[in-house]
Design a protein around this ligand. Structure first.
Ligand code: SAM
Length: 275
C-alpha cells in the first residue's frame, strides 16, 4: 500500500478559514511539507497539531520532492502546505503532484482559502469565464509581451502582484488594456480587507503607497477587441474604427492582434482600396 499526497489549503489571513478537514488531515499524516516551517509551526501550534515538519520550498523542491515520493511509496502519507492558500497556486507543489501522478501515487485536495477566487467572486466582474495569470514577469519587456498577448482574451483576468510593483503594473496594464474596469482586492479576509473598483487608470492614480497584499482582477476583452477567426486585416480595422478608435490606433491594434508590422497593415489597406 502506498501513501497519499494531500494538498492542503491554509488561511490567507483569517485563521477561522482553516477547515475541520485540514486540521484533521494535518494531525493524521506522517509528515507535513511546508514552504516556511517557522510560519507553519505557528499555524500548527494554534490548532494544536504536532505532526513533524520538513521544509519544501522553491529552492529545495526537487531534492525534498524525491524524498517525499520515496516516503509515499513506502506507505507514509504526506501533506503539502504553503505559506497561505492553496499549495501549487503561485506556490510550490505542482511539480511534486506531477511526479506523484507519474509514479502512480494518490493525490488528494484539501480545499480552502485562495486569494484569486476570493477576489474574483467579490470583483463584480464576469465570473463565468476567467483566466488565472498569477504573478506577471519581473522584466518590463516580458511583462509587456504577456499583457499584449492577454489583450484579446475574452475572459476576466486575475493577477497576483507584489505591493511595491502594483502601481507600475496598473499603469502598464492601463496602457495595454485601455479603459477596462478592474478590482483591487486588498488584504482579503484580514481586518483591513478592502475592494477598490474603477478603470485601470483610475486605480493606478488612487494607489499611492499600497499596504498589504493585493489581487488584481481585470475585465476581459470586449467583442470589439477580439479578432474573429474569419476576419481579414481591413475588416478588423473597420470594426475597431466603428467601435470608436481613430484609424491610427485601430491599425496599431490590428498589427498587434495579427502579429504583423504596421507597414504590412498599411499595405493591406492600400491593396484593398485599389481593388
Ligand atoms: N497560494 C496562494 C493562494 O492560493 O492564493 C497564493 C500565494 S502567492 C505566493 C501570494 C500572492 O497572493 C500575494 O502576492 C497576493 O497577490 C495574493 N494574496 C495572498 N493572500 C492575500 C490576501 N490576504 N489578500 C490579497 N491578496 C493575497
Amino acid at each position: 500500500m502506498t501513501g497519499t499526497l494531500y494538498l492542503c489549503a491554509t488561511p490567507i489571513g483569517n485563521l477561522e478559514d482553516m477547515t475541520f478537514r485540514a486540521i484533521r488531515t494535518l494531525r493524521e499524516v506522517n509528515i507535513i511539507a511546508a514552504e516556511d516551517t517557522r510560519r507553519t509551526r505557528k499555524l500548527l501550534a494554534h490548532f494544536d497539531i504536532h505532526t513533524p515538519l520538513i521544509r519544501f520550498d522553491e529552492h529545495c523542491k526537487i531534492s525534498v520532492g524525491e524524498k517525499i515520493l520515496a516516503r509515499l511509496a513506502a506507505g507514509e502519507s504526506v501533506a503539502v502546505v504553503s505559506d497561505a492558500g492553496l499549495p501549487a497556486i503561485s506556490d510550490p507543489g505542482a511539480e511534486l503532484v506531477r511526479s506523484a501522478i507519474d509514479a502512480g501515487l494518490t493525490v488528494c485536495p484539501i480545499p480552502g482559502a485562495n486569494a484569486a477566487l476570493s477576489a474574483l467572486i467579490c470583483s463584480g466582474l464576469d465570473t463565468a469565464r476567467f483566466m488565472f495569470v498569477g504573478f506577471p514577469p519581473k522584466s518590463k519587456k516580458n511583462r509587456r509581451e504577456l499583457l499584449q498577448r492577454l489583450a484579446t482574451v475574452d475572459a476576466t483576468l486575475i493577477f497576483y502582484e507584489a505591493p511595491h510593483r502594483l502601481k507600475n503594473f496598473l499603469s502598464e496594464a492601463a496602457e495595454v488594456f485601455g479603459a477596462r474596469q478592474a478590482t483591487l482586492a486588498r488584504e482579503l479576509t484580514k481586518i483591513h480587507e478592502e475592494f477598490l473598483r474603477g478603470t485601470l487608470t483610475e486605480l493606478s492614480k488612487k494607489i499611492s503607497e499600497p499596504l498589504g497584499e493585493f489581487v488584481i482582477v481585470v475585465e476581459g476583452a470586449s467583442s470589439a477587441e477580439v479578432v474573429a477567426p474569419t476576419e481579414n486585416i481591413s475588416e478588423a480595422v473597420e470594426r475597431l474604427t466603428a467601435s470608436g478608435l481613430d484609424k491610427k490606433s485601430a491599425m496599431r491594434e490590428v498589427a498587434r492582434q495579427f502579429n504583423v508590422s504596421r507597414r504590412e497593415i498599411y499595405n493591406a489597406l492600400l491593396k484593398e482600396e485599389i481593388q
